[in-house]
Design a protein around this ligand. Structure first.
Ligand SMILES: [Zn+2]
Length: 123
């Protein structure tokens, strides 16, 4: 059952109208052979880590991927060799690497325009 990990609402007013963007982040605990994987607004996290001490590090890392996807859209797959999307190795068991990658993973600057939203309503 998906959990709502977090969400953001953005409002943009222009001379042409108002648009409201809604970006929930869904979390699903799975048994995939990865610590975590993120596709758009959906985070798949390795279920045995649910009660693990690194849970918050893992989820913070995966939530960074949600932010990356909002900023880059599907271009994330093309630019990933050029940006530090993963921030290092964080395979199962590589928890020290995960701790390192949360500080080096590419994050979009605040002024970076979002290319993708889960839902946009325009008035
Ligand atoms: Zn990652």
């Amino acid at each position: 059952m998906p959990e709502l990990y977090g969400w953001e609402v953005g409002i943009q007013a222009t001379s042409e109208g108002i648009s409201v963007s809604i970006d929930p982040a869904f979390l699903i605990w799975t048994y995939l052979p990865e610590n975590g994987m993120t596709f758009g607004n959906v985070i798949l996290a390795h279920a045995p880590l649910r009660e693990n001490g690194y849970r918050n590090l893992l989820l913070a890392h995966e939530f960074t991927h949600v932010k990356q996807f909002q900023s880059l859209g599907v271009w994330i797959y093309l630019v990933s060799p050029f940006l530090n999307i993963e921030g290092g190795d964080h395979e199962l068991g590589g928890w020290i690497g995960l701790q390192e990658c949360t500080t080096t993973t590419w994050e979009p600057p605040d002024e970076w325009p979002a290319l993708w939203h889960f839902l946009t309503l325009s008035f």
